[in-house]
Design a protein around this ligand. Structure first.
Ligand code: AOF
Ligand code: ZN
Length: 379
């Protein structure tokens, strides 16, 4: 035990063990905010290959952090072992003592971290602390995937706003729904399941009031086994037109609903909604009279939202793209046309703004039954 020398694990084993840590971290996406969902794996070498002694992710609501949970599983066997962790262990005294100190105290001799933690309280100090204590620390294994998984945390601590994923379902004729209060199914069952998985991995879902009035959506996760993972549901509702009888408000006791109103929206509407269990937040209006979206994003960042999924409608999608507030796009395309009465997906703007946004790269193309999914991320 505790060979503690270079070359105990090969670069291929490092990649594979970090993949284990990333997988554990991914399980918690959407439920650790305001904190990142970190994965940690404690491993020792044996003649039969690497043996995993502890494996944990950041706890729901963000604490305890991943490292002390994985170290506790390993117990005394952590002495001389290697820790794989998807984010630099923290160095600050927050609501828990620094993870870097827990790692040192447990007798870990090598730490492999995927990426540095950009939180201003950490930013390299966790690594420095462990190196000063004589641990061998490697940073960068699995970095590409870790940057993707921690995009919400990174965005919140460096830009003060959540990472924004814009999801849109578009018909073959470029429509995102039907005019008037008529919900239109655009994509099929497999696409729906994938959208629900995206929801489960988000901290919050946002729509415009127009979408609520037209479709009366639930915006919950309805996947077998994942029913408890619905994110907070946010409605951009400058004038507080949200009906207390809509599906969102009727389920507000089970899954939180936040209505974002302008500062001058009627107080009596606020009272009615608050009485119905909705949390009403206030944001300034932009010169256009609509809600000031950068200010809304800052507000959500302050409230701890790291991963925001936006599900329309066309006005909100277009406005976010116009403001440069979209970091990732998921376009689901159906082979069927909606025809007459269809709502333009981007409220008059060319569809290419969504399908070929400037400065984005395609990161995924998947066939989902008869539909297709294309995901793009900002470079
Ligand atoms: C870790 N391991 O599993 C996570 C970390 O408010 P606190 O005290 O919980 O600290 C939150 C910060 O800790 C958060 O902004 C991020 O920098 C880091 N998250 N760190 O060592 C973990 N979730
Ligand atoms: Zn920590």
């Amino acid at each position: 035990v505790g060979l503690g020398r270079a070359g105990v694990f090969s670069p291929e084993e490092d990649e594979a063990l970090m993949a284990e840590a990333l997988a554990v971290g991914q399980l918690g996406l959407g439920r650790t905010w305001p904190n990142p969902s970190v994965g940690a794996v404690v491993v020792r070498p044996t003649s039969a290959g690497p043996q995993i002694l502890g494996r944990a992710g950041t706890a729901p609501a963000g604490r305890p952090h991943a490292e002390p949970l994985a170290l506790a599983q390993a117990g005394d066997a952590a002495r001389g072992a290697t820790l794989y962790v998807t984010l630099e262990p923290c160095s600050h005294f927050g609501r828990t003592p620094p993870c870097a100190d827990a790692v040192i105290a447990a007798g870990i001799t090598r730490v492999v971290a995927a990426v540095e933690d950009p939180d201003p309280r950490v930013r390299g100090r966790g690594v420095a602390r462990m190196r000063a204590a004589g641990l061998w620390v490697t940073v960068g294994v699995g970095a590409e995937r870790a940057l993707e998984d921690h995009a919400g945390h990174i965005s919140r601590v460096t830009r003060g706003r959540p990472h924004v994923l814009l999801k849109m379902a578009v018909s073959a004729d470029g429509k995102a729904g039907l005019e008037g209060p008529r919900p239109a199914a655009i994509t099929g069952e497999e696409a729906r399941a994938r959208v629900h998985l995206m929801r489960a991995h988000a901290d919050a879902i946002m729509v415009g009031i127009g979408t609520v009035l037209a479709d009366d959506p639930q915006l919950t996760v309805r996947l077998p086994g994942m029913e408890g993972r619905s994110p907070v549901r946010i409605v951009l509702d400058g004038d507080l037109r949200l009906p207390t009888t809509c599906g969102l408000v009727r389920t507000a006791e089970q899954v939180p609903v936040w209505a974002i109103a302008a500062e001058d929206a009627p107080a009596e509407r606020e009272k009615a909604l608050v009485d119905a269990g909705v949390q009403v937040l206030r944001a300034p209006r932009a010169a256009s009279g609509r809600l000031d979206l950068p200010a809304v994003m800052k507000l959500l960042g302050l409230l701890g939202v790291t991963r925001l999924m936006v599900e329309g409608g066309p006005q909100v999608a277009a406005a976010l793209l116009d403001e440069g507030l979209v970091d990732e796009v998921a376009v689901l395309r159906s082979p069927d046309a909606l025809g007459a009465g269809g709502l333009d997906a981007l409220a008059g703007r060319p569809l290419a703004r969504l399908t070929e946004p400037v400065g984005f790269a395609v990161v995924e193309r998947t066939e989902l039954g008869r539909d297709s999914l294309m995901r793009l991320r900002r470079l």
